[in-house]
Design a protein around this ligand. Structure first.
Ligand SMILES: NC(=O)c1ccc[n+]([C@@H]2O[C@H](COP(=O)([O-])OP(=O)(O)OC[C@H]3O[C@@H](n4cnc5c(N)ncnc54)[C@H](OP(=O)(O)O)[C@@H]3O)[C@@H](O)[C@H]2O)c1
Length: 341
């Protein structure tokens, strides 16, 4: 029997995440019915290609959610706070990619391969985690099952597309200016020049000196792994890479686990690809992660600075499994659960 098509409303359709969601729907051959694309009034009337034909972008209004099975919200927290209640009132399930509801009781934060059972409660609003938390949870969850995770220290290398299409444009503009001997214009979306530079701040700094992204990585990784007391600290760095986040991960375990045992575990882990032949120069790099729906993990080795320590390096496409792919998987899982009743 043909699967029943799913009616989708996508808020933020002209953005980095929104466009990637449309690509994922095409690539995964999702049986979509009516698709409505929403962005600001500035973008209303523009055409976006989907499955070989143009679709008109509309400005959001309550009627855009009528008859929709699921709304994917990827337009920032303010827009989510405005439109999620209206979407739900119209009977539409909601998957939200912003920070608006991530800390609200009754709103599960879910990576299907890690804590998919959190959807069983029948939540009608689900939050998509931060891309780095998704990647860390996918790589660490199977290692935790094998040896008991005790502590994590992580340094991230985050692509400019994580700051949306304006982040991408900033790096393009600055790189072109510098290569042509021109002084780059004032930085835009990212606070400092990012071309040929590193910026060790992602998000606003808290009073404790921890940047917002660092706090989010720690909180959401604990939440996804179901380990509220996990000792974890992060340093998040914006790097001049267009697509694909990466992280150097140092983890300590309750029980001994050597590098080969860890590789065996990671080979079998869902949504993880072990790429680990360093002697041949084969290891995860952002350029290899682009358009991949898995987290790439490699450079697995003992970490002598930690008790039962392991070090590894991972990369994830922030515009695939780091966000849009997970959003689409959550949308499909929620619709399926509702239809099953
Ligand atoms: N990029 C990533 O790697 C990533 C990862 C995880 C989560 N996220 C989250 O995903 C969301 C979107 O991020 P992005 O990177 O795609 O940003 P983006 O490239 O700047 O795109 C933002 C999108 O939202 C639309 N929009 C903004 N305000 C709106 C409003 N009030 N009403 C309707 N539409 C509105 C924009 O429309 P116009 O084009 O008309 O301005 C655009 O389509 C954010 O919540 C972000 O935190 C992003």
């Amino acid at each position: 029997m043909e699967p029943r098509p799913i009616a989708i409303t996508l808020l933020g359709a002209t953005g980095a995440v929104g466009r990637a969601v449309l690509e994922v729907l095409e690539d995964l051959d999702v049986p979509v019915g009516r698709v409505r694309l929403l962005a600001t009034a500035r973008s209303a009337g523009r055409d976006i290609e989907f499955r070989g034909g143009p679709l008109k972008v509309e400005a959001p209004g309550a009627e855009a959610f009528t008859g929709c099975d699921v709304a994917i919200l990827a337009a920032g927290a303010e827009a989510s706070r405005q439109w999620a209640p209206l979407a739900r009132a119209a009977g539409c399930l909601v998957v939200d990619d912003s920070s608006a509801f991530r800390r609200e009781a009754g709103v599960p934060l879910v990576v299907p391969e890690v804590n998919g059972a959190a959807l069983d409660g029948g939540a009608t609003l689900v939050a998509n985690p931060d891309p780095m938390a998704i990647a860390l949870a996918l790589a660490l969850n199977p290692l935790h099952a094998a040896a008991g995770l005790a502590r994590v220290v992580v340094a991230t290398y985050q692509a400019v597309s994580g700051a949306g299409h304006r982040g991408v444009e900033q790096l393009q503009r600055e790189a072109a200016d510098l290569m042509n001997g021109r002084e780059p214009a004032e930085p835009g979306r990212i606070r400092h020049r990012i071309a040929f530079n590193l910026v060790p701040q992602v998000g606003a700094l808290g009073a404790d000196g921890v940047a917002e992204e660092e706090a989010v990585i720690a909180r959401e990784t604990r939440q996804l792994l179901g380990l509220p007391g996990l000792a974890i600290s992060a340093t998040a760095v914006r790097v001049p890479v267009f697509y694909g986040h990466a992280a150097a991960v140092h983890a300590g375990f309750d029980r001994p686990i050597d590098a080969e045992a860890a590789r065996q575990v990671l080979r079998r882990a869902p949504a993880v690809k072990l790429i680990d032949r360093p002697e041949e120069g084969v290891y995860p790099m952002p350029m290899l992660a682009v358009n991949d729906d898995a987290v790439l993990v490699g450079r697995v080795r003992a970490d002598a600075a930690l008790v039962n320590g392991l070090a590894l390096f991972l990369t994830v496409d922030n515009l695939r499994k780091g966000g849009p792919t997970n959003l689409v998987q959550l949308a499909l899982a929620m619709v399926e659960r509702r239809r099953r009743g």
